[in-house]
Design a protein around this ligand. Structure first.
Ligand SMILES: [Zn+2]
Length: 70
């Protein structure tokens, strides 16, 4: 997390697969992220929400799939 370089916005291809809820619209979706603030199963992270049409904060609900590599 030292730089702002990111592979591609929106999709999320790395990190654990999380069930998460958008704080903007309340939508629940599955997201991947490596930038979780707090614990992976209960923390928060920023991700694109298609309903909100932008980056919003998401609250993690559960870890659906562990990351392949750490
Ligand atoms: Zn949203």
């Amino acid at each position: 997390m030292a730089s702002k370089s990111r592979p591609a916005p929106g999709a999320g291809h790395v990190g654990p697969l999380l069930s998460a809820r958008c704080t903007g619209c309340g939508k629940t979706s599955e997201k991947r992220t490596t930038e979780i603030v707090g614990d992976a199963s209960s923390g928060s992270f920023q991700h694109v929400c298609h309903s909100c049409r932008g980056v919003t904060w998401w609250n993690a609900l559960a870890v659906l799939e562990e990351a392949d590599s750490a």
